[in-house]
Design a protein around this ligand. Structure first.
Ligand code: ZN
Length: 300
């Protein structure tokens, strides 16, 4: 499941960052990352004698408390895990937001003007996949979209842009897999279903706490397809930054702990290639954010 490329790229995750993982449904603090994409982690429920539960979704409303006990957790007994044990860090969010056309070069390649406000859609939660999960390809128009994924911590309504990072728990690498035909099957288009087929929302491999991410406003992204770079950009090129997205979304809806925001993809998607290139069985996507980690998804 994890190839040599992943091996190299997973090392881009800094050892001093506070990193939370969902290991087979249990919340864990990652204390060591191995070149295989696995590593060692501390089970949070066991290490806190039950003060924190095992369910990853229950951590996000207590994120600041959790940050405070990280030194204690680091000193606790750790267990080995492998890449295949990892599940989505926020597996059952109440809301999953997707943002379209949020990089200038991607807006240009799709031939659409730069939007005045964030183009927002939902990915239904049933599309959430494990970070290294296989993606079932049932249609000839499935496309890749590497994205920075932000997971909400405290959340709320009417969050000011200036304090928006404080309401975010952490950052993951995600793929907003998209069925381009279904995405545009109606007029006007409704993206939700085309973005929500089975397995179309892998993210992870873990969640890096925003407080320990020195480059949270400038995250380098790279997506390879079968070893060839197809997307390469930096989140400092986002049209609407993550704090701006949080301020905008929370001006309309309440953001809940553990909500997931797919923040948009840079240029290089398959539909914009000449000729177009869509995903097929046997393809392998490796999506990397420097300082966060890599996810590997095989198309089946
Ligand atoms: Zn997207």
């Amino acid at each position: 499941m994890v190839d040599a490329e992943t091996t190299l790229k997973s090392m881009s995750q800094p050892s001093d960052a506070i990193t939370f993982a969902n290991i087979k449904g249990r919340a864990a603090l990652v204390v060591d990352v191995h070149s295989t994409g696995g590593g060692r982690a501390v089970d949070i429920e066991r290490a806190t004698n039950g003060a924190f539960g095992h369910q990853p979704m229950h951590l996000f409303s207590r994120w600041n408390e959790l940050r405070e006990i990280v030194p204690t957790l680091r000193a606790a007994a750790s267990e080995a895990f492998v890449a295949g044990d990892l599940r989505a860090p926020a597996p059952e969010p109440r809301q999953v937001f997707g943002i379209g056309l949020n990089y200038r070069a991607h807006a240009a390649e799709t031939g659409v003007p730069i939007p005045d406000s964030p183009l927002t859609f939902t990915k239904f939660a049933s599309s959430i996949n494990a970070p290294h999960g296989d993606i079932r390809i049932d249609v000839p128009s499935a496309d890749w979209e590497i994205e920075v994924v932000a997971v909400v911590g405290s959340g709320g309504r009417k969050i000011p842009e200036s304090s928006a990072w404080d309401s975010i728990a952490g950052i993951c690498v995600g793929q907003d897999i998209s069925d381009r035909v279904l995405q545009r099957a109606t007029q006007p288009p409704q993206f939700g279903l085309g973005k929500s087929r089975e397995g179309y929302a892998p993210f992870g491999p873990w969640l890096v706490d925003v407080a320990s991410l020195s480059n949270r406003d400038a995250l380098p992204l790279t997506c390879t397809l079968n070893g060839e770079i197809v997307q390469q950009s930096n989140s400092n090129d986002l049209i609407f930054s993550i704090p701006q997205l949080v301020a905008y979304l929370s001006s309309i809806v309440e953001l809940f702990p553990g909500d997931v925001i797919f923040t948009g993809t840079p240029s290089g998607v398959g539909a914009a290639r000449k000729p177009p290139r869509f995903l097929a069985s046997g393809d392998v996507l490796v999506s990397t954010i420097d300082g966060v980690g890599s996810i590997t998804n095989r198309c089946v």
